[in-house]
Structures are given as structure tokens and as C-alpha cells.
Design a protein around this ligand. Sequence first.
Ligand SMILES: NC(=O)C1=CN([C@@H]2O[C@H](COP(=O)(O)OP(=O)(O)OC[C@H]3O[C@@H](n4cnc5c(N)ncnc54)[C@H](OP(=O)(O)O)[C@@H]3O)[C@@H](O)[C@H]2O)C=CC1
Ligand SMILES: O=C(O)[C@H](O)CS(=O)(=O)O
Length: 481
Amino acid sequence: MNLKDKSLLESRAFINGAWRGAATTFDVTNPATGEVIAQVADCAVEDVKQAIDAAHSAQKAWAAKTGKERAAILRRWFDLMIAAQDDLGMILCAEMGKPLAEAKGEIAYGASFIEWFAEEAKRVYGDTIPGHQPDKRIVVLKQPVGVVGAITPWNFPNAMIARKVAPALAAGCSFVARPAELTPLSALAMAVLAERAGMPAGVFNVVPNSRAAEIGQEMCANPKVAKITFTGSTRVGQILMRQGADTIKKMSLELGGNAPFIVFDDADLDAAVEGAMIAKFRNNGQTCVCANRIYVQDGVYDAFTDKLSAAIKGLMPGNGMDKGVTSGPLINEAAVSKVQEHLSDALSKGARVITGGNRLEGTFFEPTLLADVPASAKVSREETFGPIAPLIRFETEDEVIALANDTEFGLAGYFYANDLSRVWRVAEAIETGMVGINTGLISTEVAPFGGVKQSGLGREGSKFGMDDYLELKYLCIGGIR
Ligand SMILES: NC(=O)C1=CN([C@@H]2O[C@H](COP(=O)(O)OP(=O)(O)OC[C@H]3O[C@@H](n4cnc5c(N)ncnc54)[C@H](OP(=O)(O)O)[C@@H]3O)[C@@H](O)[C@H]2O)C=CC1
Ligand SMILES: O=C(O)[C@H](O)CS(=O)(=O)O
């Protein structure tokens, strides 16, 4: 990697403000080439316990700082991340595979949460409530929950940590981050810059490791951990909830999705195609808010199919470091297998390939458009997490709402329509935490990101994002004469 600042490529753990190796290391490979790009300290449970102890020791002093003092450090961290955007993007592209431009975009997206919550840190307002008796005065305080344990996924190795650590630190919490084994380098680079920003020792800790389950067990069981924040599959979210039950751990969970993307007869088809391309193929289809199934109303089905097919043919899979590349590799063999499973299942149930459908070298896969997909196909019921766009034809609004909601997931949904009454009817009827209306890109730091049903608990980003890291304390003051 041709970095301007080579010190950003860190392979040690960051615990209590110090960099440390471990007894063993694990390899981090570039998914586009298979080359080993780093050998990273493989933290043991004992290391994680020490990180939790450090976070616990540091938290009270961190919370005792004023919101403005915490904000100043977070703001410096933001400034340093933006100044290092090119290097951080290159590290992210190398370990995760997304195209360099998209990786740099993720750095800006992740940094935007740090900027946003640096501002929110000064505005943790409580309440006063009129007393229920003449001598009573009531005040409601908001206080930080304490030590936060975080487990994050490989698909957004910078932004998924930033979206959690920023509100946590702004609220006065301390933080132990365990990044995905596949992509720890972005988290470690964030720690390099946190140290430079003047983050006190123990406030932010990063413990890379190759055995996620044991770290999750420790974080869930350790009484010094007040809260778990997790982004990943619903399966793992369920494991963490079970494990956290014994200590009533607070949980913020951003889990799996199965986003419907609906094109009505009155849609602007060119806008709908543009939105479908973003919602389906951003990060090569490896996002929890990707359009997983595309419903197209009868009257525009053929025209939309032709337009979308033409747009998909313009995508260029390849090494994310190369100019012009629009889609990187899938993250690993398991991801390729899931895509192939969904493809063959759909074809066996009558779907047709309009474009794509082939595995390429390594873990690259052609961006694929399927037509005439039945609602019973796996690709419309399970999260594909890859570059397959399945088209499902529908006739009526009621029919497509029922289809869209027929899933245990409820993270994001999208639809294109211009009739105002229809927009309100569908927006209110769709069972998701977030709805894109005439847009395929909804992720921003200013709005509450999160799902309903089995897509998670809590919200990240926006003014609501602080709530997950704060506790209400009710003061009842009596004897006032
Ligand atoms: N909602 C979202 O934003 C995301 C959803 N997903 C969904 O999850 C599916 C699988 O993706 P994947 O990355 O494998 O997601 P996982 O849920 O398996 O992994 C997410 C994180 O959890 C860790 N983890 C895995 N098992 C455990 C465990 N028992 N206890 C504690 N932590 C654990 C992983 O570690 P490690 O990777 O090191 O094993 C990783 O850091 C995707 O197909 C997609 O459906 C995935 C990513 C993001
Ligand atoms: O985990 C994810 O897929 C992200 O939450 C998607 S987004 O925030 O970049 O939309």
C-alpha cells in the first residue's frame, strides 16, 4: 500500500492508550488478490478483560469532562480522519475490497458521525417536571451508561465503528471495539488518530481477534460492560441477546435486512433505475440496506427491465484500486456460495437471467439481473448480500404491500411513485425502520438509522442516536418550603 502516512497501518491492539502485540497473530488478506496485507495481534480473552478494565477505569473521568471538552477531542479526531481520508480509504479498500472511491466515501461517512456527535456532546439536555406535591421538585438527568462493548462487521469497517463510538464517547461512555477478523485495519487506524487527537488512555480500545464468539461471551458476561452495540447478522444478534440476558445488558443491534424496492406505474423510471442501481449495487450488494427484492408493477415492468439491464451492463467488477472499477470482490467464498445458491434456486423456480449470472475469477461475481422471479424464491426471502437484482412482477398496491411486509426483517424499504396519496399510504404501510421514497440512498448521520422486527433494536445517528448511550435518572427533591 502506497500510504503517505505508513504509521496508520497498525497491526497491534490498542489497550489503555498503549499499543501491544499478542501471543499469536492472524492474517488479513486483500479479497481482490488474496495477498496477505498484514499480520494482526490476535487478542485473547485476557486482553479483552484488560481493555474492559481500562475502559472502566477511564470512564468516570471522561464523563466528568464537560461536553465541550469531549466535543473538542472528537472534533480533532474528525479533522484528523478527514486529513487522512486518502490513506484510510486505501487501507479500507485493501482489506475489504470496495472500490477506492467508495472506500474514501466511507471514511467521509464514518467521520460525519464523529463530527455530528462532537456537536451533540454539548447538548445532553435533561428535564424539569412540575412537582406532584407542593414541597417536591422534580429533575430528570441524563447520564452515560458506562463501558460499551462493540462488535462490528466487515462490510463497513470504518463507518460501523464510527457510528457507535461517536455517540458513546459524546455521551461520556468509554468503548471497547472488536472489529471483524476480516477487516481490523480500519479500526486500528482509527485508534492511531484517536491517540493523536488526545483521547485519554482507556476511553477508546481496539481488540482485534480471530475468535469472535469468545470475545462476545466475555463482553456479554463481564459486569463492567454496561452495554453491547452490534452490527451484523440477525443470527449473531440473537446469540448476543441470549448471552447478555444474565446481566441484563443493554443492547443496540443493527441486524440483517431484506429490503423491498417497489416501482409503481406512476414512477419516474429513469429515477427508479438510478435508485435501484445505488440501493442494489452499493458495496457490491453487501450492505444491510441493499434492495434485496425489486417489485415492478405490470404497466412498467418491461420498460424498467430494459432500462435496468442497460445500467447494470455499465458496471465494471475488478480490483478496487484500479481506475474505473465500480464493483469489488465479494468478501469471501461463503459470500460467493450464498449468491450462487440464491441464483440457482431462482432459476430452478422459473426465473430468467437478463444479464450477468456468472462467477468470475477469485470471489468476483458478475452484476446480475433476474426477471420473473417468484415470491417463493430464496433470493426474495433471505438477504443475498451480493450483486443479484431479482425482479418480481406485481399488479396492485395491496398485493405488493403484503409481499413487501411478508418477512421477519424490517430494516429499510424503498419505493418510487409520484401520486401523493399513494406515497403516504405506502410509506405508512411498509413495515421497516427506514423508507427511501424516490431515492435509493438513505444513509446519513443526520437521520435515525435502524430497523424493526428482527432487523434490530435502537437507532444510530441523528439526535436520537445519543439516547442509546444515556440513562435517565429521576431526582425527586422533597421538603422544599
Ligand atoms: N446489518 C448489517 O449491517 C449487517 C448484516 N450482515 C448480515 O450478516 C450476514 C453474515 O455476514 P457476517 O459478516 O458473517 O455477519 P456476522 O453477524 O457473522 O458477523 C458480524 C460480526 O459479528 C462477529 N461474530 C460472529 N459470530 C459471533 C458470535 N458468536 N459472538 C460474537 N460475535 C460474533 C463477526 O466476527 P468475525 O467476522 O470475525 O467472525 C463480526 O465481527 C450477512 O450475509 C448479512 O445478512 C452482515 C454485516 C452487516
Ligand atoms: O451495515 C451496513 O450495511 C450499513 O449500515 C449500511 S449504510 O449505513 O452504509 O447504509
